[in-house]
Design a protein around this ligand. Structure first.
Ligand code: DX5
Ligand code: ZN
Length: 225
């Protein structure tokens, strides 16, 4: 079975002095979503950007905005992320004491609800909440930084998750985030991913539009469970 996949460039790897250009690249290219990484220096050991930047970006972004808060207590900011223009909000399971409530909170704003799993967090954690999710983000690096190496054991995790979704007939995206480029995109898609997040391999490429086009063109037969 051949599935249509989405490509979501991560603005974290863009030149912050040229954010307009970074967003226009997404508008102009085959990119499906713009991925926005929010870091608080607490949940992850790095600080990126926050609400005012997302809000300004939303004024010129013509594609859906996929916001990935890597922050503690994300429930405090859900409505504000939505007001700033988020179409998808993906919180970390590890950062939520009441994940079910936070997922409902995201849905109540009208945004799509996603849950991200760190490399050490098993997909079984989502067993009792799967039907409520619009997206599951498998982190294929430890969150906090762009440009890290893809953790290859994530492939087995993506496969397990695809199998769970198929068995339970749940229609949620599997997004994979971290270290993705042409060297592994086919394997990630074959394992069952729907959304490829790509920071460095797009924005650090000589021609980001072309880098997106290539990621979009990768063909992968998906094993049907
Ligand atoms: C990592 C972020 C990623 C990051 C991906 O903490 O969640 O979205 O920007 O960047 P690359 O593709 O360079 O690994
Ligand atoms: Zn991310």
């Amino acid at each position: 079975m051949q599935r249509e996949h989405l490509v979501a460039p991560s603005m974290l790897a863009a030149n912050f002095l040229d954010l307009r250009q970074a967003v226009e690249m997404v508008n102009f290219s085959d990119a499906d979503w713009l991925h926005l990484d929010v870091m608080d220096g607490r949940f992850v050991p790095n600080i990126s950007y926050g609400l005012p930047v997302i809000k300004d970006v939303s004024a010129i972004c013509k594609k859906p905005m996929d916001v990935h808060p890597m922050i503690l207590e994300p429930e405090k900011y859900i409505e504000r992320f939505r007001d700033a223009g988020a179409d998808v909000i993906t919180v970390h399971a590890e950062a939520c004491d009441h994940l079910h409530r936070t997922v409902q909170q995201i849905k109540d704003t009208g945004a799509k609800a996603g849950v991200a799993l760190n490399p050490h967090t098993p997909v079984s954690l989502l067993e009792d909440i799967l039907e409520d999710l619009n997206l599951i983000c498998v982190m294929s690096v430890n969150p906090g930084f762009g440009g890290q190496k893809f953790i290859y054991r994530s492939l087995a995790k993506i496969r397990r998750l695809r199998q769970m979704l198929t068995e339970r007939n749940v229609d949620a995206y599997i997004e994979v985030d971290g270290g993705i480029g042409m060297q592994n995109a086919e394997a990630v898609l074959k394992a069952g991913a729907d959304v490829l997040v790509a920071g460095s391999s797009v924005y650090k490429a000589e021609d980001p539009v072309e880098a997106v086009r290539k990621l979009k063109e990768v063909k992968a037969e998906v094993f049907d469970f």
